[in-house]
Ligand binder design. Sequence first.
Ligand SMILES: [Zn+2]
Length: 499
Amino acid sequence: MFTSLKPLFCIFLFAVIAAFAPISVVGQQRSTLIVNADIIDGSGRPAFRGDIRIKGDRIVKIGKLKRTADDDVIDAGGFVIAPGFIDIHNHSESGLLKEGTAANQVSQGITTLFVGPDGGSPYPIDDYFLNLSGKVAVNVGAFIGHASVREAVMKNDYTRKATDDEIKRMAELVDLSMRQGAFGLSSGLEYDVGFSASTEEMVALARAAAKYRGIYMTHMRDEEEGMLDALRESIRIGREAKLPVQISHIKMGNRNVWGKSAEAIAIVEEARRSGFDVTADAYPYTAWASTITVLVPSRKHDDRSEVERGLSNVGGADKVLVTSCSAHRDYEGKTLEQIAASKNTTPVDVYIQIVKDGGAGVVCNSMNEADVKAFYEQPWVMVSSDGGIGSRHPRGTGTFTRVLGRFVRENNWFSLEEAVRKMSSMPAARLRLKDRGSIKKGMKADLVLFDKNKVIDRATFAEPQTFSEGIRSVFVNGVRVWSDGKITGATPGSILRRH
Ligand SMILES: [Zn+2]
């Protein structure tokens, strides 16, 4: 019996040795050598020609490298290789659970994204991370949302100031979330749950994030007539709570404030000159996407004159496109003006009806490109999408490629190197990611290979899911997740925790 098993045992032993051969027999892991690349390292310095060697999940060497027997060679063909793009403001919370391969994210070069902006986040963060671990193509970090903790404590009774006791309980939840790895506190003070929060409440909660060196990232109370005051309030919150501030999707939201970007920039510059750490991000579109109710800041949604004013502030009902409306699916894809015409009624009536029936998601084309440009030209403004998997706004699929193709190549607003910096080392520094956001020895191998002459967004308001062109390959932690127009199916993304 024993002797007859011997050959089997030998085969088993051989199999075990063979399985470990790449490490134990050869003594070395195989490496990937990317040759012939135009390297833009993320620092902002000019592109240079060179090769990059990746071993495991890290960049181990950069320069003119000699091929070794352990190298699998990828010829970059003279295309640009840059650090993978980092999106500080991303709404893929639920999308990642359904579609971990994140095709519309990696297709534009995103390798790391942060969920939980605008005050709405997964909660508890630990449970969320547990569900993602090992199943995502991109690296994922999270913010703890002010509205999420406010609702956890105040339930539906949030249209009022919080009591001291409630603020204390919210602060405990922020504290817990920071210990679970959140990168800071996010807020959405223009939205219903956050709207009634006082500045003092925000300072108290931001302090809980500051204790763990988190940041305060805010969708401000007002992006229109009250934008400048809201900006001052955000900086005040950061100063009093002693933590850096990130202004989300900085914009002049409607016609009444067009051209006032210069004033907003002056407020930020003055704070920065005084030593306060405030930065911002922006998406590259003149249309915003939000809930329909933000059109009427007074919250008097059935007051005809308020609604009328709200619509005229954005340039009219033809500027408001309904993208999602669960009570009236037939409204989706139409403007308030078109809906009114088809019903033989007025846009004001349509608005009042929609809000009464549960609201809608809208895209509103009310910004001015000169303001978008003015913000983007600031060295403290980074690129963010405010989109995500399944986004009904083209920014979900086209943000990073749009900046590269339109703002850099077509409009020449700033250099390609500066654009890459705004997408990589700048958000990495903001989030204090030590090993991502630049091409340097020892950094994680998050890389994007693209054709700078062809890269462009193709997502539109009519077809927001259309993939971009020109992104050749995307690597996350040394593993290819996007290759020639397709996902590879690999899910090498890491969960990032702030420590
Ligand atoms: Zn927002």
